[in-house]
Design a protein around this ligand. Structure first.
Ligand code: SF4
Length: 267
């Protein structure tokens, strides 16, 4: 096992005045945010919505099911649901017990069933059975808040949106781009930092980074390609070999290379 190279070390935050001790202008923060976005695009070139869906209605239902549940579990559950209920009218007329039986593995299944059937009814009653594109209309629908509306708009309709979920809150705070946990305030604060055309992809990249590198319990700081731009470097292990063990996903060699530590970690 080798050591961290001199080049890698000199680009580390601890080699300079720590970011957390610096004052930063709005312009500097915007530049840093956009650089982070570019580096995350390199680290997670395949970032995308990890829920399976074939149309806006399926995405809305899958997103409702994803509350307090992993995307993997939702994707195991939705094929049976989508095969049985194909339109808003199907959900509107569904027997709650039938829906509950299918979505039970996703947790909170009674509330989720109420939301999904209520969504079907509202779509039939007010929107001709189709999902509207507008934020104002979407957030009036059962089970849909701004987070879900942004997921639907960004992925099903191509309207840029910042999705503020638990990963976005944790990582943008760790990065010192924003402070606080109020999702609506964060959404507007992040909008000011990132170019609008990047909003949806920035959201996917942050979520990928949160699942694969900047993990909630123990972030892989020593194997993170945006470490030099992060004031929280050191919140997780800084030793590359130790940090590498925390990485998840199927492109770990690329993540190590982009972090400049592939030589420091045993293959
Ligand atoms: S893994 Fe560490 S260095 Fe990277 S973004 Fe998270 S807290 Fe910052």
């Amino acid at each position: 096992m080798g050591g961290v190279t001199a080049d890698a070390r000199s680009s580390r935050p601890e080699a300079r005045k720590p970011l957390r001790e610096r004052t930063e202008s709005e312009l500097a923060r915007k530049r840093r945010a956009r650089k982070i976005d570019r580096l995350l695009a390199e680290a997670h070139p395949d970032a995308h919505c990890e829920l399976d869906y074939a149309n806006p209605l399926e995405l809305a239902v899958a997103t409702i099911l994803s509350a307090q549940c992993t995307d993997v579990r939702v994707n195991l559950t939705t094929p049976a649901l989508f095969a049985r209920y194909r339109s808003a009218a199907d959900y509107a007329e569904a027997n709650p017990e039938d829906v509950e039986a299918i979505i039970r593995p996703t947790g909170f299944y009674r509330n989720k069933t109420r939301s999904i059937i209520g969504l079907g009814k509202a779509l039939v009653e007010h929107h001709g059975g189709e999902l509207p594109r507008g934020m104002d209309e979407l957030v009036k629908l059962p089970g849909i808040g701004r987070k879900t509306a942004n997921v639907i708009r960004g992925n099903a309709f191509g309207v840029p949106g910042i999705t503020v979920d638990t990963h976005m809150i944790r990582i943008t705070n760790r990065l010192g781009l924003v402070s606080g946990k109020d999702p609506v305030k964060l959404e507007f604060a992040i909008q000011k930092l990132i170019e609008p055309r990047e909003w949806t992809m920035f959201s996917h990249r942050i979520i990928f980074h949160g699942r694969r590198v900047c993990i909630a319990r123990k972030p892989a700081c020593g194997a993170c390609s945006i470490a030099a731009l992060c004031p929280s470097f050191g919140e997780g292990p800084t030793d590359p070999a130790e940090a590498a063990k925390l990485l998840r996903g199927d492109n770990i060699p690329d993540l190590l290379r982009l972090a400049g530590v592939e030589d420091a970690v045993d293959a």
